[in-house]
Design a protein. Structure first.
Length: 153
């Protein structure tokens, strides 16, 4: 489990993963070496999975965001199908869901023609029976940050 100090470290790193250990230490009131050891422990425990650069999709030519609800012929092959979907360029996330459909995929593309190609690739997967696509018009919040608090609801 994580304690209150780990929570503070994780909150700072989620805001900016490049924050130097010395700066985190000053903020929390510890030494940089103690922060380093705690971060290494959090990495070893798998709490910190990776450090990633977040790009601006519009500025790299990928302004179109879509969510694709995917229904399957055979639920027993859901994970295999999800892995095939994950290999398609532009697919950012693949979720196995309950309710309508079996898989929800998040896709970023250059535009509608590119999206159409990706949808064709998804529909060519043998286990896919139906897809339903929702195109995002505007995004106010898109974040990978998780709420970290010892106060559990």
């Amino acid at each position: 489990m994580i304690d209150a100090i780990d929570e503070q470290i994780l909150t700072i790193l989620q805001e900016n993963a490049r924050t130097p250990n010395a700066e985190i230490a000053r903020h929390i009131g510890m030494t940089a070496s103690a922060i380093f050891e705690r971060i290494k422990k959090l990495e070893k425990q798998g709490i910190i999975k990776s450090y990633e650069v977040r790009l601006c999709p519009d500025r790299i030519g990928l302004p179109l965001l879509a969510f694709v609800l995917i229904s399957l012929n055979e639920i027993s092959k859901m994970h295999m199908t999800g892995k095939q979907i994950a290999e398609i360029p532009g697919v950012q996330e693949v979720h196995y869901i309950a309710g309508k459909g079996s898989i929800l995929a998040k896709i970023r593309t250059a535009g509608t023609l590119d999206l159409e190609r990706r949808l064709d690739q998804i529909n060519q997967i043998k286990n896919v029976s139906v897809t339903e696509t929702t195109i995002v018009l505007k995004t106010d919040l898109e974040s990978m940050s998780l709420p970290i608090s010892r106060e559990k609801n």
